[in-house]
Ligand binder design. Structure first.
Ligand code: AMP
Length: 287
């Protein structure tokens, strides 16, 4: 396993493999790898001949008041984990390698969906994500790439970008890996002391309660949202949003639901010392 820091070094390593017809798989991450990430690496290793894990804390997807500076950095441990799970390369470029002229002038945007849900609270986030993912696809020449279902809107937008722009990249997705409490694993969980993490399990608890209500026949968006909101509030969290969207279009749904596949999307803030924004989701219906 090699750790590479430049675009040229990665291209030089991958070119002969591509010429030999090997399938290149990419797992884009921001580092501080946990079992959520390693499940993506495992899926990639199963599907590709050569797995590249990118570890890049992408500055252009962070807002001014967000946690770019304090985001956990653990490159050595990340490389070890990636190697243990069968990755061939870790690509860990510096910001100057990816953006030599500072903020890029050419951006990939999804004008219709980038401002919904997380995008409402993180201005510019998704154009930063789509731009870096497009760059990573072009730099690596990956045949497939693996993303987590935890970041539901991100996964949806990446798939849409691949369709809209004809990237020759197959997108695979992996279910959310959780702590035994149900809390979705996230590098940002590192910000939370144990007691706060325990409280944050209410996010998934609320989603499961809403799913139980839905399975029991509840079809009113307001009722289902309220179940999640109340569960989070009772546990001491602040709700940023709870919305119900069509799984097919990501369009926000209101009123009474039909029996199509839907997703409940949540962002909530836990933690007293460090306010930590966590997201989660659950898909329902449409079976
Ligand atoms: P990040 O490093 O947070 O940008 O995440 C990199 C990739 O790992 C994204 O595709 C995420 O959706 C995925 N991921 C993060 N946490 C989890 C998790 N708990 N389960 C599954 N995938 C995850």
């Amino acid at each position: 396993m090699k750790v590479l820091h430049t675009i040229e070094a990665l291209r030089n390593e991958l070119a002969p493999l591509k010429r030999a017809g090997k399938v290149i798989g990419l797992v884009p991450t921001m580092g501080a790898l946990h079992e959520g990430h390693t499940s993506l690496i495992d899926a990639c290793v199963s599907a590709a001949d050569c797995t590249v894990v990118s570890v890049f804390l992408n500055p252009i997807q962070f807002g001014k008041n967000e946690d770019l500076d304090k985001y956990p950095k653990k490159l050595e441990a990340d490389a070890k984990l990636a190697e243990e799970h069968g990755a061939a390369f870790v690509f860990a470029p510096a910001p100057e390698e990816m953006y030599p002229a500072g903020d890029p002038l050419t951006l990939v945007r999804n004008e219709k969906l980038e401002g919904l849900y997380c995008g409402q609270y993180r201005k510019g986030h998704f154009r930063g994500v789509l731009t870096v993912v497009a760059k990573l696809f072009l730099i690596s020449g990956a045949d497939l790439a693996v993303f987590g279902e935890k970041d539901y809107q991100q996964l949806f937008l990446v798939k849409q970008m691949v369709n809209d722009l004809n990237f020759p990249v197959k997108i695979l997705s992996v279910p959310t890996v959780r702590e035994p409490s149900g809390l979705a694993l996230s590098s940002r969980n590192d910000y939370l002391p144990k007691a706060e993490r325990k409280k944050a399990a209410a996010i998934y608890e609320g989603l499961k309660k809403a799913k139980a209500a839905y399975d029991g026949g509840e079809r009113f968006v307001s009722q289902l949202r309220d179940i999640v909101i109340q569960t989070v509030l009772k546990s001491g969290g602040n709700v940023q949003y709870v919305e119900i969207a069509s799984a097919a279009s990501l369009k926000k749904l209101v009123g009474r639901l039909k029996d199509d596949r839907i997703v409940i999307l949540v962002a909530a803030i836990f933690g007293t010392e460090v306010k930590t924004r966590l997201i989660d989701n659950i898909e329902l219906g449409g079976e």
